[in-house]
Write a protein that binds this ligand. Structure first.
Ligand code: WTA
Length: 659
């Protein structure tokens, strides 16, 4: 890890924010940024009180700002009441913006649908009325397992309108992962689609829901609402299943937004941690929405005339905050895309930016890296063939961006006119935390630069003491912020121990290592726990290990990450079978079986790229697997570390060879 850090910290190029942006930005220039930071420091409660009052519409005003009495279970604005969907939709319609386009949906096969704010509000109301008619109400929990679609946004917003807590499961997760989430969250409603369409292929969704039900524990689910995307064949349980269009049919066009407490859980989103069991990250209503809205305004310098496009899926936090909630609360026009960047070819993103005159483009470094490669092999897909002059601001999220990819994005996509906001944040933080501001912060390729106003990010040692500048340490946040995680669903003890360990003085522990340079810029060094980042998706090594050892052939498995040019990190699995160590074709066949198995247990994103078989795993005399050695071996490097404590040194040689 340390080599990688040093090379990024050696990056000395600095790119100033373009003058045109500085002149018009909400936060204009570094001095304005610093003034805002200081204003918050000077009057923390006053600042947040003013923001919450001005930015949100309340059904019952709050009188308390931050309640720290039960820390780390912080509460924000907790005696106030509001409705999140009313803040995203009704507010704009009431302000005369009903005709403005809210969503520009582009399907996999490039059919485009425009949905205005007034139309979106009507659809949300009709669907919410339909859900209500089925007997659902505030406090219920719904699983949403849907493709990228207008309907997914409608489903999330309709839940928010009724105070139903949603838990979206990414459509790429397996039936098993879905079942675990249905059970853990205690869902009584599942909203899904018949199939999803990506890259010209259809992938079944409803059948996965049926498989999840068959696995048991889902009896609390009374209804499954199905959006008909393709008309593909599905099994039908007359008592339980109902089409989304039938739920909406004959419903009134208006639906009174239900008042919820500020701290009412808006959603629970599962993410990987350092154990085998994903954590249900619980977010509140008011604080989360405020942070989603403010960060859209600050980081993307949102303007009424923008055409904004975030390429994430609503199954991830980025899709929650920067598709379903933030941009709508800000009243933006946004593109919602069903497909993948490489279909029908790798110029799809550039074509779409051109077609929809996108001003603000937000994507993942993995996508950029794969499009760089594609443009090298097929020059026709290079962004230079497209009119990208509408672009104003570029953004990245989810993983570190290497300086080469940053430069390509900056030059070839942004034509050296557009700042890149490299946004560091997490499922748990609700929204951006450390990022350049497009009209204020000089950029260094590979650094997420400076914390947003109000975010007390710092780097500390094991005892919570500040590390000296230039040294690495744990990335923490010293003070609460409105968008922060409120709990782990059903596991408050794990919430406290994972994020607020006692030795760290009550700071929020992000789980990333970081360094600061002489300008105070943050450089993220990667996870300090057993969490991998594959194509910007979080994955626990223990999750993959549990999946592998649940296969009948496997006795033991250890999973590590290896740097990968395209996906950032790749999964490497070291496996000991119950039978003899396989070789040759047999090893290849078993590796394929295990890869498919992991795909079915978790989802295709978790499939190990490389599987190696050993007679054993490298262990200390006390039986502990030495993962740091496996990381070296996975990279194909020579083991130079001290291996004197290793029980079985010869095993390293066996594991060094890919099959
Ligand atoms: C990593 C995604 C470097 C980090 C929003 C974090 C990043 C994890 C960046 C959260 C960035 C996210 N630079 N690393 N700009 N953004 N990460 O919960 O390790 O899916 O802890 O949230 O992604 O992943 P999550």
């Amino acid at each position: 890890m340390s080599n990688a850090i040093q090379s990024v910290m050696h990056e000395t190029r600095v790119f100033q924010p373009p003058k045109a942006l500085v002149d018009t930005a909400t936060i204009s220039g570094l001095d304005a940024y610093r003034t805002l930071c200081k204003a918050i420091d000077d009057d923390f409660d006053g600042f947040w009180s003013k923001q919450a009052t001005e930015q949100l519409e309340w059904l019952k005003p709050f009188t308390r700002v931050l309640d720290e009495s039960d820390a780390p279970f912080y509460k924000w604005f907790d005696d106030g009441q509001l409705n999140v969907s009313a803040n995203c939709l009704d507010k704009h319609v009431a302000a005369g913006k009903g005709e403005k386009t809210a969503l520009i949906f582009e399907s996999d096969d490039a059919k485009v649908t425009h949905v205005s704010y007034a139309e979106l509000l009507t659809r949300v109301c009709r669907f919410a009325n339909g859900i209500k008619a089925l007997g659902y109400k505030k406090g219920d929990r719904a699983i949403i397992y849907m493709p990228m679609s207008v309907e997914a946004v409608v489903a999330m917003q309709a839940c928010a309108r009724l105070g139903i807590t949603h838990s979206v499961v990414f459509g790429g997760f397996s039936a098993k992962s879905l079942q675990e989430r249905i059970v853990d969250v205690g869902a009584t409603l599942v909203i899904t689609a018949d199939e999803q369409v990506r890259g010209g292929k259809t992938i079944p969704l409803k059948p996965a829901v049926e498989d999840a039900f068959k696995m048991g524990g889902c009896d609390a689910v009374k209804k499954t609402i199905v959006y008909r995307r393709t008309g593909g064949k599905v099994n039908w349980d007359e008592a339980r299943d109902v089409w989304m269009h039938d739920v909406e049919a004959n419903q009134a066009d208006t639906c009174e937004p239900v008042a919820v407490d500020a701290e009412h859980p808006l959603f629970i989103l599962y993410t990987s941690g350092s154990t085998g069991k994903p954590k249900g990250v619980q977010h509140a209503s008011a604080g989360y929405l405020l942070w989603a809205l403010l960060t859209v305004k600050w980081t993307f310098d949102a303007k009424d005339s923008d055409v904004y496009w975030c390429t994430a899926d609503v199954g991830w936090i980025t899709g929650h905050t920067y598709i379903t909630y933030g941009p709508l609360a800000a009243g933006l026009t946004q593109v919602v895309f069903e497909g993948v960047p490489t279909y029908p070819n790798a110029s799809r993103f550039w074509e779409m930016i051109d077609r929809h005159k996108v001003t603000t483009f937000y994507t993942a470094p993995t996508a950029i890296r794969s499009l760089v490669k594609a443009a090298d092999t097929n020059p026709d897909t290079h962004p230079k063939h497209f009119d990208l002059s509408s672009l104003r601001i570029l953004g990245t999220v989810g993983e570190p961006i290497n300086p080469e990819a940053w430069m390509w994005y900056y030059k070839e996509v942004g034509r050296e006119r557009c700042p890149i906001v490299d946004t560091w944040w997490q499922t748990e933080t609700g929204g951006h935390m450390i990022t350049p501001l497009p009209g204020a912060t000089p950029m260094k390729p590979g650094s997420c630069t400076l914390p947003l106003p109000g975010i007390a990010a710092a780097i500390v040692d094991e005892a919570g003491g500040d590390v000296e500048q230039g040294n690495g340490g744990f990335l923490v946040v010293k003070r609460p912020w409105p968008g922060m995680i409120r709990n782990i669903w059903g596991d408050p003890e794990r919430f406290k121990s994972s994020y607020f360990p006692p030795e760290l003085k009550g700071y929020y522990l992000a789980g990333d290592g970081a360094q600061r340079d002489s300008d105070g810029y943050f450089w993220i060094m990667g996870r300090i726990d057993d969490v991998l980042n594959v194509s910007g998706h979080r994955l626990g090594t223990m999750e993959v290990e549990s999946a592998l050892v649940s296969h009948e052939l496997v006795a033991e498995a250890a999973v590590v990450g290896r740097p990968d040019d395209t996906t950032g990190e790749a999964v490497v699995a070291f496996v000991v079978l119950k039978g003899a160590r396989p070789e040759g074709d047999e090893a290849l066949a078993i590796a394929k079986t295990l890869r498919d198995w992991v795909g079915r247990e978790i989802g295709p994103i978790a499939k190990p790229k490389d599987i190696r078989f050993g007679d054993n795993l490298p262990k200390t005399r006390s039986g502990k697997i030495m993962r740091r050695l496996l990381r070296v071996v996975a990279k194909g490097e020579e083991v130079t570390q001290d291996i004197s404590t290793l029980e079985n040194p010869a095993i390293l040689e066996q594991l060094a060879k890919p099959i």
